[in-house]
Write a protein that binds this ligand. Sequence first.
Ligand code: ADP
Ligand code: MG
Length: 431
Amino acid sequence: MNPRNFSLRWRHAACLFLIGSISLISSVTFSQESDVGVPFEILGKTMGPIAYKVTIADHPESISPTDLQERVAEVLENVNQLMSTYQPDSDVSRFNRTASTEFQNVDPKTAAVVARAIEISKLTDGAFDITVGPAVNLWDFGPKNLNFTIPSVAQTDAIKSSIGYQFLEVQLDPPAIRKSVSGVNIDLSAIAKGYAVDQVATALDRLGCRNFLVEVGGEVFARGQRFSGGKWRIGVERPNDAGVSLSKIAEISNQAMATSGDYRNFHESMGKRYSHTIDPKTCRPVEHTLASACIISKDCMTADALATAIMVMGKDRGQKLCKEVGADYLLVERESDFGDTLTEFISESFPLFNPPQPKNSPTIVEEILPVFIGAALIFGLVIISMSVGAIFAKKPITGSCGGLANQTNEDGETTCGICSKPTTDCVEKNA
Ligand code: ADP
Ligand code: MG
């Protein structure tokens, strides 16, 4: 090997090694910095399998990332401990076990959620009703989740007498709830997730965070701005069974968004879909064609409950309710139980984000066409001018040797000889 090449290769290898080492060091430094940097993300699971994600765009220096993480987990665990039907010692489970019609003491948070649930029941004419618990269990969407069989009419009739928000009473001070009929059970699944989101948001506000996004199982609250500026962008899922796909993107700030649908949690029997949303009036899964309801509201507890209520009320009543309460909506209707023909209904002021469309690069034909047209025009003009000249001068068009006649070879001869029909004029001129 050429010694010069050898030394060049060594220098090249040394350079690569040096560059590699620097990039390795900088990537380590970056990842260490990103632990406390922005945007800072907290991920975890709550209420059983439900995933949560908190994105903090401006991490306050007064609190360490670990403390922030612990605070978020603590808030979520607290809501779960109080409101889960899966936790035997939760306020909800204790209340469901008792047949007593006396006030039962509960945590102030549980009382606040039950109070809001009753307000939303009144607002939705009972479409939202946390006393659907027995029907949820009967249709096998409850904590036991055994083996789905379609309940008989006698079974659904039997539980109707214990379903109705009118059988519930709540007092805030001291916090307590009461059932007026012994068999009443409550299920906060359609409001607790939204409440948990609000609780995390309140905790982050208190810790001095100004720009963050909280998401628990698809329900979100957005505060302030994204890390790169502008409102937070939230994707709304397209409710099909083939897999998750994005339908639309909403841009929100200081607002909450919640979505209910029949596309994730449902039973199927003999080609029919049974939704986990129960119509409290029939004690059966809802039957209409609404596949999902996405609602934007000031707080997530309200958005969560309204989304479920609208799944019960259907498209027309749902749209009317949203207009009344000033909530934006994106409702999706499905043509048939397992069909993929979906129709969207969006409120006028729904904050849709329209990503700028990338400009398509021109095709080869588009690139060549103007040049071709230009050349054809020039060519056409030349032909026309020559024809006009020939017509007016009344002379035949003769060929040209392109000035070659002026050139002579080594022997002093012109190139007129190569012309097949040299005119006398031409030969004489160039002689
Ligand atoms: P998701 O869990 O997809 O957000 P929802 O917020 O709509 O869904 O909550 C659905 C759950 O709420 C059901 O699994 C059931 O436990 C409960 N539920 C069903 N129907 C009603 C209803 N009409 N009112 C209140 N809660 C309901
Ligand atoms: Mg919900």
